[in-house]
Design a protein around this ligand. Structure first.
Ligand code: MG
Length: 154
């Protein structure tokens, strides 16, 4: 078994879609990014490649590469599974977002991730919290995500 950890953050700006775990979340602001900016999937990708010690998301999907402009992060996650080539025992994640409540979308996010990751929903955990009004994330200027994954037979 191998364990992996990932983190990501993105600035939140008007005129962008807020993508969290493959779901378009209704919000006046969204992630500023070269790709679709899905902060949760990006943290998961870093956890997966981290578990197999194969670099990071920026190395595999460089923001300088025009192929990844507005890229669907769900597709990047599918590509990442080929890199890790392992079964997922479980994935635990936390999203930190101040102004938009994620609770109504958590089950849909878990279902979406389980489908892409080819595993059961009871192995996928998605938690949401605020930053208690502190710092940029607490002022609603950014969104953050943490992910930890355990792999079998990498
Ligand atoms: Mg990112």
């Amino acid at each position: 078994m191998r364990i992996g950890f990932g983190y990501d953050n993105h600035r939140l700006i008007a005129g962008r879609t807020l993508m969290i775990g493959g779901i378009d979340i209704p919000s006046p602001v969204g992630e500023d990014a070269h790709s679709d900016g899905d902060v949760l999937i990006h943290a998961i990708i870093d956890a997966l490649v981290g578990a197999v010690a194969k670099g990071d998301i920026g190395g595999h999907f460089p923001p300088s590469d025009e192929r990844y402009r507005d890229a669907d992060s769900k597709e990047l996650l599918k590509e990442t599974l080929k890199i890790t080539n392992a079964d997922i025992i479980n994935l635990d994640t936390t999203v930190i977002l101040e102004k938009v409540k994620l609770k109504p979308y958590i089950e849909e996010i878990r279902k979406t991730l389980a489908l892409i990751l080819n595993t059961d929903i009871d192995r996928i955990s998605v938690k949401a919290k605020t930053h208690e009004g502190v710092d940029a994330t607490g002022h609603g200027e950014s969104v953050e995500a943490y992910a930890i994954v355990l792999l079998n037979n990498p």
